[in-house]
Design a protein around this ligand. Sequence first.
Ligand SMILES: [Zn+2]
Length: 113
Amino acid sequence: MKLNVTHNFTLMVNGHGNINSYLHRFKISDTPSCLCGTQDQMTDHLLFECELLQKERNDLTTTILKTDMWPTSKPEQIKKHFKAFLKFTNAILIDKLTNPKPNGDSLTINTKC
Ligand SMILES: [Zn+2]
């Protein structure tokens, strides 16, 4: 099976990429908080809780609930519901969810997938 993993997929699996909790560690973002204002922007927050991703998460949970329970752990989602998980990660407009410092427009970091 050929796996077409994307940048967003890698980001959601290992947390390395353009999310505030990661950018903040490298002082690229002023805050580790998510734009929704409730928590630090970690991958689990985006996957399970963030209200800004409710619509995208609905598609994921609907698919998973056909054959499984929700919430299902991230490793289980990747193992048993790979397509749905990949679709979710690709639906996230991650650039709209982060707030790199406003004093430049080339601050996004380039991580190799
Ligand atoms: Zn959030």
